[in-house]
Structure formats: C-alpha cells, structure tokens
Design a protein around this ligand. Structure first.
Ligand code: PFF
Length: 453
C-alpha cells in the first residue's frame, strides 16, 4: 500500500468540530430542498419518512464514516486501503465519493453562485418587485446568460478554494465557527418576522399538515436521498472530516447533535419562508423558483423588505459555504495525501477541474439547454445521480464494510474511544442498525424508488 506521508492538519477544539460538521450538513439543502420538498410531498408525512430514513440510515452512516476517518486519519479513498489492506476494491467506495464530490459541486456551486449574485442584486434593489413576473424575468435573465452563470460560479469556486487553501483549522474550522452563529441569528430573526404575518397559520399548515396520500415509492426515495444529502453522507465527506476529529471526541454524540441542529435549521427555514408565501397569496413552488422568484417578490412586500431579501440571501450564502468547503475537501485531501502534492496545488487543480465540469451545469439553462441525458439537463442529472443513486449506494457499501467486513472489535474500539467511553449499549444498537436495518432500508427504498421492484 503506497500512501504518501504528509503532515496532517486537524480540527483543534470540540466546538470547532461541531461547527465544521454542522457547517457541512447545513447548506442549500435546508433552504432550497427541505421546505419545498416537504410542502409538496405531504408535509408532516414527508417529515416523518425523512426522520425515519435519517434514524435508520443517515445517522448510522454518518457515525460509520466518522469512525472510519478517525481511525485511518486518511482521506476517503486511502481510508479503506489503510483499514483493510487485504482487499483494495473497497477503496472504490472512496473513489465513488470523489466522483460524487465533483458532481455535487458542479451544480451546487451554480446555485450558490446565483445566491451570491442575489445578495448584490438585492443590495442594489435590482431584483425587488412585488410582481413575480418581474422577479421571474430577472431570474430568467441571470440563468440564461451564459457569461453571468459562469462568472458567478467561478467567483464561488475561487472563494471556497481560498478558504480550503488556508487549511483545515485556519480555514474550514475558523470560518465555520464564525459563520454558524450568524446563520442561526438571521434565521431566527426572519422566522420571528414571518410568524407575525397574517398567513402564518396557513404557512405552518402547509409545512406540517400530514398528507399520506402523496406518499409513493418515489417520494420515499426522495426523502431518503434528502436525508443523505442533508447529512452529507454516502460520499466520504464525513470520512474526511472524521480524519480531522480529535481522539477524545464522542462520535455518536457529535453526530446526534449535528443531526438535531440541522433538522432545527430545516424547520426554521420552512417557518422563515412559507408564512410569507401564504400571506401574500403566492403558490409554494419547489426548487429554484421558490428561492429566486417567490422569495424576492414576497419579502419585498414586507416593511423593510429590502433588508429581509438581502438577509435571506446572505443566509443562503453562509449556509452554502460550510457545505461547499466540506465537499471540496474530499478531493483536495485525497490529492494532497495520496500524491503528496501541496494543498495549494491540490486545491488549484480541483478548482480548475470543477470550473470545467461545473460549466456544463452552469450552461444548462442557456447554451446546453437542449442537451439532455435521460430527459434531464446536466444540472438535473448531477443532482439526481448523486442524491438518488451514488449517495445511497455509497451509504449501503459503507454499512456493509463497517458492519460485516471491518470487524466488530475494531468498530467497538473506535466507538468507545478505545475504552474511555463505557457505551456498550450504544455499540450493540449501532452494530445492529449498521448490519441489518440500514442496508435493508436503503436497498428496499432504492429498488422501489427506481421502480426495479
Ligand atoms: N448537506 C449539504 C446541504 O444540505 O446543503 C449538502 C452536502 C454537503 C452534500 C456535503 C454532500 C456533502 F458531502
């Protein structure tokens, strides 16, 4: 096994670990995916399925990944070679993770680019109008303009690249430690403002009223895909972050805290959006149009509207930052450790590659609008492939590796911080879920969602 030895940076404090890991989980998913998907797919019914997927698959995989990373102190790919040198093919999980990282960032940096563009456009008053036709046209202008699309994506890539170059502790940890409290503050302020609007009850009803008639196999797969996407699992991000964890960090506790805080952010985001949408008589649409067309139109009708629109997109930019840092760290850590190239070189290479792959997503509303694979634009294809296929499959194999291949004693040793934590009940429950519950859940949902069974 030829791995290059490089000096490794790591997270320095317990708080830093939480900030960085939560920073990875919290992202555009909370604002752009969770509220809209929940509203459209049965409200509380969808939240219940999402929660079950989180408990039965997302959370145990998050714990598994963190355990693997902390033990190997290596990147997502090398981890499997270090922990199980007998069979190199397990490293394919890590390789698939690196591929997923590129595919996710390809479309994620584009949405983040629009968010950053909107901070500036809102500041200058450019996109403010109570008429969704006007805000719709403004959004259309942005996304169909190939130059602007590429430009904002590159701005985001360079910005994330610079923080990555600063390093794990001085870049990722210190940035997320500063940004997370600001994110909560903005979210709570917008949420409170929303709850005092006349449409608050209708908004909350849309979000929380359980409607099981909307639940189909595809909806369950969407909920599970969201659970994976939200917790950043199934593609080696948490393996990479786990490798920067301190040896005395309580991994299950950290994962549970991050999961709960992330869920809180998602629900708060719903509360920050839907009451206003209903107050001003808008339709709660999904995806980009909710964020970029409805929100500016709705928020600009509130007193101090411009402030709220700016605050909302700053919130989006902050959320996206921690998530993008964690995704970009996957290939950078791999290139740095495996080939011994400096962090700067690894990051520059990653950013350049991403600018190339990402441009196919950035141009999917203009030059490449008619270029479709399986009926999807590149943007939608990357999104679908990662959330609904690569991440669940990655998660499945991670469960199999941790539950059946790596060895019970080894799992128990890392989980208990080499005996320092007396958590034998936690170990038994965890092993049971990872060996049986999670793989079966993932497999059944995946096959049904893809209409294979
Ligand atoms: N969890 C992030 C979000 O909800 O926006 C997205 C994400 C981050 C996905 C990191 C995957 C990942 F590895």
């Amino acid at each position: 096994m030829e791995t290059t030895k490089v000096k490794r940076d790591s997270f320095t404090t317990g708080l830093g670990v939480i900030a960085a890991t939560l920073g990875s989980a919290v992202g555009l998913g909370n604002i752009w995916k969770f509220p809209a998907l929940t509203g459209l797919n049965g409200g509380a019914a969808f939240i219940i399925i999402y929660l079950l997927s989180t408990l039965m698959a997302g959370l145990p995989i998050m714990i598994s990944e963190l355990l693997l990373g902390r033990r190997s102190k290596s990147d997502a790919l090398t981890t499997f070679r270090v922990l199980y040198p007998k069979r190199e093919s397990w490293a394919l999980i890590g390789a698939a993770g690196v591929v997923s990282a590129f595919l996710i960032l390809a479309f994620y940096t584009e949405v983040a680019g629009w968010v950053v563009a909107y901070v500036f456009k809102a500041l200058s008053g450019n996109i403010l109008s109570s008429d969704p036709k006007v805000t719709g046209a403004a959004f259309e202008r942005l996304i169909t303009d190939p130059y602007q699309s590429i430009l904002w994506q590159c701005v985001v890539l360079v910005y994330v690249g610079i923080i990555i170059i600063l390093g794990v502790s001085k870049g990722i940890e210190s940035t997320t430690k500063k940004l997370m409290p600001v994110l909560f503050l903005i979210l709570v302020l917008i949420g409170i403002r929303n709850l005092t609007l006349p449409g608050a009850a209708a908004g909350l009803n849309f979000l929380f009223h359980p409607d099981f008639s909307k639940v189909t196999g595809a909806v369950v797969l969407t909920a599970m895909g969201l659970a994976f996407f939200k917790l950043s699992v199934g593609m080696g991000t948490m393996i990479t972050y786990g490798s920067y964890f301190r040896d005395d960090q309580n991994i299950p506790m950290t994962a549970v805290r991050v999961m709960l805080a992330d869920l809180t952010v998602s629900i708060l985001a719903g509360i920050a959006i839907f009451p206003a949408v209903f107050t001003y008589g808008f339709k709660p649409e999904a995806g980009p149009s909710l964020l970029f067309i409805t929100i500016p139109a709705v928020f600009s009708q509130m007193p101090f509207g411009r402030v709220f629109v700016v605050a909302f997109f700053v919130l989006g930019a902050i959320a996206a930052t921690g998530a993008m840092l964690s995704i970009m760290e996957v290939p950078v850590a791999y290139l740095h450790q495996r080939f011994g190239v400096s962090r700067v070189k690894a990051t520059v290479l990653t950013v350049v590659l991403l600018a190339l792959i990402g441009s196919t997503a950035a141009l999917s509303n203009s030059v490449l609008a008619n270029f479709k694979v399986f009926g999807m634009t590149m943007f939608d294809l990357y999104d679908f492939l990662t959330s609904n296929l690569l991440m669940p499959l990655g998660g499945l194999f991670i469960c199999i590796f941790v539950g059946w291949v790596w060895g019970k004693e080894k799992v128990a040793a890392v989980l208990s911080n080499d005996g320092a934590l007396h958590n034998s009940a936690v170990i038994s429950i965890f092993l049971f879920i990872v060996r049986y519950v999670a793989p079966v859940t993932i497999l059944v949902i995946l096959l049904r969602g893809l209409k294979i069974i």
